[in-house]
Design a protein around this ligand. Structure first.
Ligand code: DP6
Length: 330
């Protein structure tokens, strides 16, 4: 068949219950399920054009050509889609992030979710969100959650068909804000993919995985019931547990800086004083400070007063990956 072009947009997400470690690294089947919130206001926009005149896939992100491992991950997703759609042509992929790469927010989740949607549409396929999430997962695990908007759970599964994301609740279910405190703009020394491979070497990882069903259930219930106190407790516990696994891997991974730790301490203190807020930290030093809308101004003022906080990025629950028209503003 002849294939064409399509454009799609997707948002990043912040994990409340983290994905850390793979049961199958090639298929990105995670060692445990995870739960996240899709973050509106930030996005990746990707255009995919299958072109019979191209001799190889050409991929740019923010105007720069991808090469090496990063390029291979994209080609792998494209190959999967070509096989599904019986398309032979190579593709031109142009991707842009609305947030700077140096902002320390992972763009792989929004990037691979936008790619999965744009490339399947360009190849003439019309897939449901669960199937899109499986395809996005092949590029980056956390990307499967960005196929959906709002509150999302990635069911770990035991094979490709069984490992996909479902929506727990739409974005309008609960207005939680994520104020991202940027404490470093330096690219991280060890990326997530390398980090996942080290997880099994930590003596704490088996315990973390065994206890994951409990943490997932507490988090799911807190979201359904809009219980911020319960959510705050489980989100911080899960984040701390992942960083304990990282710290006890060989070699150990330390993503926190003294400023990251100072923010975490401050957030715990503010919650004990009655502010509805909680922290979570991914594979980098920046701290995601979650809060209810009524606390956002106060949290913003207080975060700004912490020495070493370089910038704050404000987000609210966002929608699913969606197709966009060619004449949509960039
Ligand atoms: C700490 O999805 O970035 O953010 O599959 O290798 O691309 P790859 O890893 P990635 O890992 C995310 C790790 C995390 C936790 C999470 O988002 O669940």
């Amino acid at each position: 068949m002849t294939a064409g072009s399509a454009r799609a947009l997707a948002h990043p997400n912040i994990a409340f219950i983290k994905y850390w470690g793979n049961a199958n690294a090639d298929l990105r089947l995670p060692s445990n399920g995870s739960i996240s919130l899709t973050l509106g206001g930030l996005d990746t926009r990707t255009r995919v054009s299958f072109d019979p005149d191209l001799r190889q896939d050409t991929i740019t992100v923010d105007g720069h050509a991808l090469s090496g491992e990063a390029e291979k991950r994209v080609v792998r997703v494209l190959d999967h889609i070509r096989q599904l759609a019986r398309v032979g042509a190579r593709a031109r992929v142009e991707s842009r992030n609305s947030f700077p790469t140096g902002a320390g927010l992972a763009s792989s989740a929004s990037g691979f979710a936008a790619l999965a949607l744009a490339a399947t549409r360009a190849a003439g396929l019309s897939l449901d969100t669960q199937e899109l999430s499986r395809i996005a997962r092949l590029g980056s695990g956390s990307a499967c959650r960005s196929a959906w908007g709002g509150y999302v759970e990635w069911l770990a599964g035991r094979n490709h068909a069984g490992s996909y994301a479902v929506q727990i609740a739409p974005p309008e279910h609960w207005d939680i804000r994520d104020v991202v405190a940027i404490v470093s703009r330096r690219p991280k020394a060890v990326g997530s993919s390398e980090g996942h491979a080290l997880a099994a070497g930590s003596p704490l990882q088996a315990q973390r995985i065994a206890d994951a069903p409990r943490r997932l259930a507490v988090c799911r219930d807190a979201i359904v019931q809009r219980d911020f106190t319960s959510l705050a407790g489980i989100v911080e516990e899960d984040s701390d547990l992942m960083h304990a696994v990282m710290a006890s891997s060989t070699p150990p991974l330390t993503y926190s800086t003294p400023v990251s730790l100072a923010i975490q301490r401050a957030v715990r203190q503010w919650r004990s004083e009655g502010l509805p807020t909680a922290y979570t930290q991914d594979a980098g030093p920046n701290i995601h400070v979650l809060c209810l809308p009524e606390a956002e101004d106060m949290i913003t003022t207080r975060l700004r007063s912490i020495a070493g906080v370089l910038d704050l990025i404000h987000t609210a629950p966002g929608g699913p990956a969606r197709e966009i028209e060619f004449d949509d503003p960039e």
